[in-house]
Design a protein around this ligand. Structure first.
Ligand code: NAP
Length: 250
């Protein structure tokens, strides 16, 4: 089924580290044409150079997903470079965890801006293309915190629950409208990335760091799932994947 990825034009947000970076590497290996997006240009440049040196067709575009116009420019850029967009992996996210009682309202808003509005901005930017070409694939990184409640993850989890709803409704509406847009939502558990760096609450950080040190697995596990969703034949939609360490009890 690898041929179903070869030459596909795929945009990845949050490609400068962690899950997005691991996914970029795997999809490049499988012959996808990639546009990598995130805010840290030096990271994107380094990864792009690395993938190009291995023979892949890759561009990057610095993008802040919280700014609607930058999402629109990202889609236009991909179209300019490759002529079309086949799939988008809406993966950018942050997780400044804390108990609700700490009232870290600025961090709540940031999570809503990146994890929820950022995904909506990407959707709004890409849907017109997908509707016009009557095909497209939207994949997002939710979280196990989008399936179950976790203390310290109230607002983070709320953003990730919301993403699940969006993906399923897009799929259902598109099927009804005959536009063939596929959606997939991934729910990772503890994956070794830079995600915990955004936690400012000392106790939440200690708890999360201890959990991750014990259980975390490589982001390559998520990259393989993204590839699996993309490899399916056009008429097959696989909606949801929960992926985590075998040893993680919750
Ligand atoms: N690691 C886990 O255990 C785990 C578990 C469940 C879900 N997830 C989800 O997986 C996704 C990827 O995170 P990760 O674990 O790979 O963590 P990570 O290494 O911290 O990567 C997060 C990515 O998001 C990008 N990003 C953050 N804010 C952005 C913005 N405003 N605009 C554009 N890009 C932005 C970052 O790039 P820049 O800083 O360069 O912009 C970075 O590339 C997130 O949605 C996260 O919630 C992770």
């Amino acid at each position: 089924m690898e041929d179903n990825i070869k030459n596909k034009v795929i945009i990845i947000t949050g490609a400068s580290s962690g899950i997005g970076k691991a996914t970029a590497k795997l999809l490049a290996q499988k012959g996808a044409k990639l546009v990598l997006a995130a805010r840290r240009e030096e990271r994107l440049l380094e990864l792009t150079k690395q993938l190009i040196s291995k023979g892949s067709e890759v561009f990057y575009k610095t993008t802040d997903v919280t700014i609607p116009e930058e999402n629109g420019q990202l889609i236009l850029f991909a179209k300019e470079k490759f002529g079309k967009v086949d799939a988008i992996f809406l993966n950018a996210g942050i997780m400044p965890s804390s108990p609700i009682s700490a009232l870290e309202t600025a961090e709540w808003n940031k999570m809503i801006d990146v994890n929820l509005k950022g995904v909506l901005n990407g959707i709004a930017a890409v849907i017109p293309e997908f509707v016009a070409q009557k095909s497209g694939h939207i994949i997002t990184t939710s979280s196990v915190a989008g399936l179950k409640a976790y203390p310290n993850s109230g607002v983070y989890g709320a953003t990730k629950w919301a993403v699940r709803e969006l993906m399923e409704v897009i799929r259902m509406e598109s099927a009804a409208e005959g536009t063939n847009i596929r959606t997939a939502t991934i729910y990772p558990a503890a994956i070794q990335t830079e995600l915990l760096n955004s936690i400012t609450d000392k106790r939440a950080a200690e708890g999360m760091n201890a959990l991750y040190e014990k259980y975390e697995i490589s982001p390559d596990a998520i990259a393989r799932i993204v590839a699996f969703a993309l490899e399916q034949p056009d008429e097959v939609n696989i909606s949801e994947f929960t992926v985590g360490p075998t040893s993680q009890p919750w």
